[in-house]
Write a protein that binds this ligand. Structure first.
Ligand code: PHE
Length: 469
């Protein structure tokens, strides 16, 4: 007899796990930085519209695919496409999604590892007093290959230990524990930040409409995918552990709403600190600088209670990253379990170990090894056909970490998302969709279909074109 599929124990279990997958370094590390770079208000507005018009419909599409088939990414697509032409193509799309998940996990673990080292450093500062880091100290830290590998290994091991325990006893249990801690910590930090004199300016920066460049518009739309973990099968996989009677639309709205709220709160905290101490504005030249260098310094030198808040802040970053790495590993593990019939324990060890090979390459690409740091398959090509190809595909980036991040976030996730949306909009049986989503009013169903068939894919195509050319 086939083994019974493990499920989330309740809607809340799914919502916490889904929010855990969505909320991560994208919210705390990337969003505050790109919002800052793009000048605030208008960028936030376009981001919100992107979440509403593209993010939410794509997430609904993904969860529906998974839940109705009760199978993870590749098997779910094959199941729904079994009587159609082009089954092979949809199956390949599934494999592509899983591969993207693996790649994102490969480099994400590096940054996740930094949250551990920052936490340890903060504990040291809290106990012994703050000593400002020497110039280039962070660069020396990232160039220490063994240390980078060690930190990422620690993070990957915790991720694997949780995934190995399964859906309800591992992933859901961890989310039930970690997510409330994350919410409370964030609220605590934001109350503290709101008492700072720069809080008013931070709010104004976030919500005042100003001018924005075209590239910023595309970046906002692209980030909607990354932050909601779309386009690579995470939500298909998580949806496949949902019981048949749990609401898809309501859960999606809660997950997307919480993800957005947390991203905005993260901005509020960071900007309140930054506007209170304008002398540090020039440090805002990279997301790394902001999260791992500027913020700790401000905690210790300027804020009351900083000696407690600083380590707490990095626990928050670590937990947020952990619930996301869990979801990425689960995408690969679920494929091996559902499609290849491998036992979960073996599947977890095998996939985590293979993905870690990429992590090692990424760990060495921040200065530890010249070859990995300068890696670009088209290196040296600046002119002519190859030069153009280098610009279009790799954006002239260098280093394994930067290259895989660029390819995964700007090519694979949007393309995957567009195709999955098209599949649900055009190919999935309409009755099945109606039955799954329980939309009573024909008008609402029609609107959703228009979004899935035309609006979302077209907007995504525009992003792919714009970001990559
Ligand atoms: N959504 C996660 C974040 O914001 C990142 C992620 C991307 C997770 C893709 C899973 C899949 O950090």
């Amino acid at each position: 007899m086939a083994k019974q599929r493990d499920h989330w124990t309740s809607s809340l279990g799914f919502i916490l796990a889904g929010t855990g997958a969505a909320v991560g370094l994208g919210n705390l590390w990337k969003f505050p930085y790109i919002t800052w770079q793009n000048g605030g208000g208008s960028f936030v507005l376009i981001y919100l519209v992107s979440i509403l018009l593209v993010g939410i419909p794509v997430m609904i599409a993904e969860i529906t695919l998974g839940r109705s088939a009760q199978l993870s990414t590749v098997s779910a697509l094959e199941h729904h496409a079994r009587d159609m032409r082009g089954t092979r193509f949809w199956s390949l799309l599934g494999w592509g999604g899983v591969a993207t998940g693996a790649v994102v996990l490969g480099y994400y673990s590096i940054i996740a590892g930094w949250s551990i080292s920052s936490f340890v450093q903060c504990i040291g500062w809290s106990l012994n007093g703050y000593t400002p880091p020497a110039e280039h100290e962070f660069a020396h830290f990232t160039a220490n290959g063994w240390l980078q590998i060690g930190l990422a290994l620690l993070f990957a091991s915790v991720t694997a230990a949780i995934v190995m325990r399964g859906v309800s006893a591992g992933i859901e249990k961890a989310s039930r524990l970690l997510m409330p801690i994350l919410f409370v910590t964030l609220l605590l930090l934001s109350f503290n930040a709101l008492t700072l004199s720069g809080a008013r300016e931070a709010v104004a920066f976030l919500f005042t409409i100003n001018s924005i460049e075209w590239h910023g518009v595309l970046e906002a739309l692209g980030h909607a995918f990354f932050t909601l973990s779309l386009g690579m099968g995470a939500m298909i996989t998580y949806g496949s552990y949902m019981k048949k009677d749990e609401p898809i639309i309501k859960s999606t709205l809660v997950i997307a709403g919480l993800d957005t709220l947390i991203a905005l709160i993260a901005c509020l905290i960071m900007y309140s600190i930054l506007f209170t101490y304008p002398e540090v504005h020039e440090a805002m030249t990279s997301p790394v600088g902001m999260l791992f260098i500027t913020i700790p310094k401000l905690f210790y030198t300027q804020m009351t209670g900083g000696i407690i808040l600083a380590p707490v802040f990095f626990i928050l970053v670590g937990f947020a990253a952990l619930t996301s790495t869990i979801s990425m590993l689960e995408v690969v593990v679920a494929l091996m379990v559902d499609k290849l019939g491998v036992k979960r324990k073996l599947a977890t060890i095998a996939s985590a170990a293979s993905i870690f090979m990429l992590t090692i390459a990424c760990a060495l690409s921040h200065g530890a090894s010249a070859w990995f740091t300068q890696f670009n398959p088209l290196r040296g090509a600046t002119q002519g056909f190859w030069g153009e190809l280098n610009r279009v595909i790799f954006h002239n980036k260098q280093g394994v970490f930067n290259i895989v991040d660029h390819i995964a976030s700007n090519w694979c996730l949007p393309i995957g998302g567009a195709l999955i949306t098209c599949f649900v909009g055009w190919c999935l049986d309409e009755r099945l969709l109606k039955e799954q989503l329980k939309i009573e009013k024909p008008f609402y169903f029609k609107c959703l279909k228009i979004v899935l068939r035309y609006l979302a894919p077209i907007l995504i195509l525009i992003v792919i074109y714009g970001v990559n050319t």
